[in-house]
Structure formats: structure tokens, C-alpha cells
Design a protein around this ligand. Structure first.
Ligand SMILES: Nc1nc2c(ncn2[C@@H]2O[C@H](COP(=O)(O)OP(=O)(O)OP(=O)(O)O)[C@@H](O)[C@H]2O)c(=O)[nH]1
Ligand SMILES: [Mg+2]
Length: 449
């Protein structure tokens, strides 16, 4: 699955966004990839909430249409007082985009089975790389100013428009951002002891879609204890999972220090299609401690008992004591139904085994500009709060078990605020692992009674 890239330059995206305020654009449809066909547009853009069509032509115009309503192919004219057409010259940085509201907001667009149909502009007209232009129908404009009379499209994209909102008056969780807190968290992790003597290290399994930041999370925690940014685990972006081996990472408390009482287990990314990405049966084997470090995942054939990489006699110390799901904050809304179902089956299986689970929402810096500018605003960001609630509801995990974090990705130096969020997440993992150990002890006690 290759990544579909936007045609907009950063400067052009900024100019487009200036029409909306504080929003985030996510590319849903790109005609040169998905086809200049109405049916291809509808299959990707129906029921997506607020969207903007962005068309390009050889005359150098970027023009299109926004609606805050769903495309549903009802055959009706749709009322939308927020809808508008827009246009700007691709190369002219100083020109403010033109914004043209509907003549009558009761008729903003025709919800037909054609391409996006705003009356005066119908994109993908005749299932081709064309726009039909008829000013006076729903919208009025001068054709030369809208598209330079060039109706042949060189590209046509549709983006979901997400309102990022502003900042809450009060944070919805309180964080102590002091250097004392950072030190306390590091010491808390260094001195942690599982409540069961036979287990020396709590094993935490990281599971999540491709590119969610699983390997980066290990790299980030490792960096904090090393005292500088490191990247032992391979991380980056590719269509499929970069991590193809099961890795159990021990972390030293400093460069020459003792191993910490925690092992982070990194896995291959989940994919929505069967036979791709991490397999449910392999997850079960990992949970039970049967999968050895550096086992090469094979999405087609799960690990079999007796195969190389299979640990036959797995003890409690080999098992997983807490599972941490990782989801990219920018992709929460884009999680497909299939992936949601896959995550649901994984969750049900882990629930049956009584292993505590929490969820880390990564890339908060990419998802929200306020957080990008100042990480301390993380619990005041409307957008992050909404994403946490949305992902909690979709995966059936209580909001109290969802932690937003930022991994180290391009930074050269450590940042104390980034560390505090990451270390707090590790602390929570250790508390959850304790719950698992307590449960096992109670089970034993009950058997003895
Ligand atoms: N801005 C930002 N980038 C991040 C964050 N976490 C990870 N990344 C970037 O996202 C990309 C994917 O991260 P990985 O850690 O490789 O993701 P993964 O879940 O291990 O992916 P696979 O192994 O391919 O399944 C990398 O380019 C990281 O630098 C984050 O919190 N913020
Ligand atoms: Mg990885």
C-alpha cells in the first residue's frame, strides 16, 4: 500500500487553510491515483463530514469547493450555510484566496451520483479530468478569475477538513512538568520490582498499525535513560511495516548501568487485510511467551510449535504482563472498519487472558499545532481531547487508560517535557503489570484456600 501524497505545497496548503481557521486537512481522494470517476470519488468521500474539493489546471489555478455536509447521493439539493467555492493562483504567494458563498445557502450543492456537483462547478464532469463551469447556478463568479477558462484538470483531490478547535480553559488532566517530577519518574522506574519474585522484568507488548510509533516509543524511552537521543530500533515510514522481527528490548538504566526492570516488546505493524501485518495467532503466541527475540514474522503462516523461534517451555517471566496499543493521533478518524474489527478481536483475546491493556496516542505534535508549539498544552488541546475520546470509544477502552504522548522523531536533543509524558506512560504500564501480577497471586491464594 503506497502512501498517497497531496499535490499542495506547504505554502499552498496554508493559503487554503486560511479560508477555514484552525483546521487539519486529510487527503481522502486523488483522481490521478483513484480515477477520474464519480464512483471512485463517492467510494472514498461519502459520509466523511466536512470536505473540500481541490482542483488544479494548466492555467495555474487551484480552485474548488467546501461543504460541511456529507455526500450521500440522495439526489437532493443540500442546504449548507458554510459551503463556498474558492480559487487562487498556484504561483502568486501574495494573493488571498477568493471565497464565493452560495447565492442561496438552501442550495449549496446537488447531492447526486456524479462527481462533486456545486451547480456552477461540477468536478470530474463526464467521468473525465474536466470541470463543468456554469456560473449563476447556486454560485456566481467570473470564470476567468475562477479557473482562467481552462476546464481541463491536471489533478482533482478531496480532503477531509477537521476543525482543530482551540485550547480548553483548564487542562483535563494535570501534569507536573518540573525537573523533580522527571527525576522521580526515572527513579520510580529504576527501582520498580514486580510483586512476584520469580519475575525480574515486566514485559510490555507494543501493538498497533504500521507507522504508529511502536519502535520510536522504545527508542524514546531508551534515549531518556541513555541521556541522549538514540535510535536502536529501526523506525521510519514505508507502506508496510518496517519492523518485521519480534524484538524484546531491555533498557539499561544508564550507558553502563543495570538493565531496567522492564522489557519493551516491539512487533510488526497491524494491517487491515488478512494475511498482511501482524497475525492474531502470533499475538497469542507472544502473549503466552512462546515467541523468541528476533523471530522473523511471516504474515502468511503464523509461528508453529516446534518451529525455530518457538520457545516450548515458557514461564511467567516470558509472558506478556501488559499490552500497550499505539495509535497515531492523526489517523484516529481514518481507522478503517476492518482494522477496528481486527483490533476488536485482538482485544477480546487479550481480555480472555486477563492481561491489562492501555492505549498510547502518538504523534500529538503532528496532530495539533498548539501541542507542536508547546507540548505542555497537550491536555488543553480540544483536538487531542476529542481524539482521545474518539479512539477510546472506537476501541472500547476507558479514557482513563488512554495516554497521549510524543515520541522523539527528528529531535537531536532530549526535552524534559517530552520525557515526563513518556515516563508517565511507562509508569502507568508498570502499574498495570502490577495488576496482572496481583491477579495471579490472588488466583494462587484462592487455589490454596
Ligand atoms: N512527529 C512525530 N513523529 C513520530 C512520532 N512517533 C513516531 N514518529 C515517526 O513516525 C514514523 C513511524 O514510526 P515507527 O516508530 O517506525 O512506527 P512503527 O509503529 O514502529 O511502524 P512499523 O514498524 O512500520 O509497524 C517515523 O518516521 C517516526 O519518526 C511522534 O510522536 N511524533
Ligand atoms: Mg516498528
Amino acid at each position: 500500500m503506497s502512501v498517497v501524497k497531496s499535490n499542495l505545497s506547504i505554502a499552498q496548503e496554508k493559503r487554503l487553510c486560511s479560508l477555514f481557521g484552525h483546521v487539519k486537512l486529510s487527503l481522502l481522494f486523488k483522481a490521478s491515483i483513484h480515477g477520474y470517476k464519480a464512483v471512485a470519488f463517492h467510494s472514498r468521500c461519502d459520509r466523511q463530514g466536512p470536505t473540500v474539493v481541490v482542483a488544479y489546471n494548466n492555467a495555474g489555478f487551484i480552485f474548488g469547493a467546501y461543504t460541511c455536509k456529507d455526500y450521500l447521493q440522495t439526489g437532493q439539493n443540500i442546504a449548507d450555510d458554510k459551503a463556498f467555492l474558492f480559487s487562487f493562483r498556484a504561483g502568486d504567494q501574495n494573493q488571498c484566496p477568493r471565497r464565493i458563498p452560495a447565492i442561496n445557502s438552501q442550495q449549496a450543492f446537488g447531492d447526486t451520483n456524479t462527481g462533486p456537483n456545486f451547480g456552477a462547478l461540477v468536478f470530474l464532469h463526464g467521468n473525465a479530468a474536466r470541470v463543468d463551469s456554469a456560473p449563476g447556478t447556486f454560485y456566481n463568479f467570473v470564470e476567468n478569475e475562477m479557473h482562467g477558462n481552462d476546464l481541463k484538470l491536471t489533478e482533482c483531490e478531496v480532503y477531509r477538513v477537521e476543525d482543530l478547535g482551540g485550547l480548553l480553559e483548564k487542562p483535563w488532566r494535570n501534569v507536573n512538568w518540573t525537573s523533580e517530577k522527571r527525576k522521580e519518574l526515572m527513579e520510580g522506574i529504576q527501582t520498580y520490582k514486580p510483586t512476584i519474585n520469580s519475575v525480574k522484568q515486566a514485559r510490555i507488548l507494543l501493538i498497533g498499525p504500521v507507522g504508529a510509533g511502536k519502535s520510536s516509543f522504545f527508542n524514546s524511552i531508551n534515549s531518556i535513560f541513555r541521556g541522549h537521543v538514540t535510535s536502536q530500533a529501526i523506525s521510519g515510514s514505508a507502506g508496510t511495516s518496517l519492523t518485521t522481527q519480534f524484538r524484546t528490548y531491555s533498557i539499561k538504566s544508564s550507558r553502563d548501568g543495570k538493565p531496567l526492570p522492564i522489557v519493551l516488546c516491539d512487533t510488526m505493524g497491524l494491517e487491515e487485510t488478512t494475511g498482511a501485518g501482524l497475525d492474531l495467532d502470533d499475538i497469542t503466541s507472544i502473549l503466552k511467551g512462546h515467541v523468541m527475540d528476533r523471530y522473523q514474522f511471516n504474515p502468511i503462516v503464523p509461528l508453529q510449535a516446534g518451529s525455530p523461534g518457538y520457545r516450548k517451555c515458557a514461564g511467567l517471566e516470558d509472558r506478556i504482563h501488559c499490552v500497550a496499543y499505539m495509535i497515531d493521533a492523526c489517523k484516529v478518524t481514518l481507522i478503517s472498519q476492518k482494522l477496528e474489527e481486527k483490533l476488536g478481536s485482538i482485544r477480546r483475546r487479550i481480555n480472555l487472558m486477563g492481561i491489562p491493556q492501555l492505549l498510547l496516542v502518538t504523534k500529538v505534535d503532528e496532530a495539533c499545532r498548539h501541542v507542536h508549539d508547546d507540548l505542555k498544552e497537550i491536555y488543553r488541546s480540544h483536538y487531542i481531547e476529542r481524539k482521545v475520546q474518539e479512539v477510546a470509544a472506537r476501541l472500547g477502552i476507558p479514557v482513563s487508560c488512554v495516554i497521549p504522548v510524543k515520541n522523539y522523531s527528528q529531535e537531536m536533543d532530549l526535552d524534559p517535557h517530552t520525557d515526563i509524558l513518556l515516563l508517565s506512560a511507562v509508569m502507568k504500564m508498570l502499574h498495570f503489570a502490577d495488576n496482572y501480577f496481583d491477579d495471579i497471586c490472588m488466583g494462587k491464594d484462592e487455589k490454596h484456600e
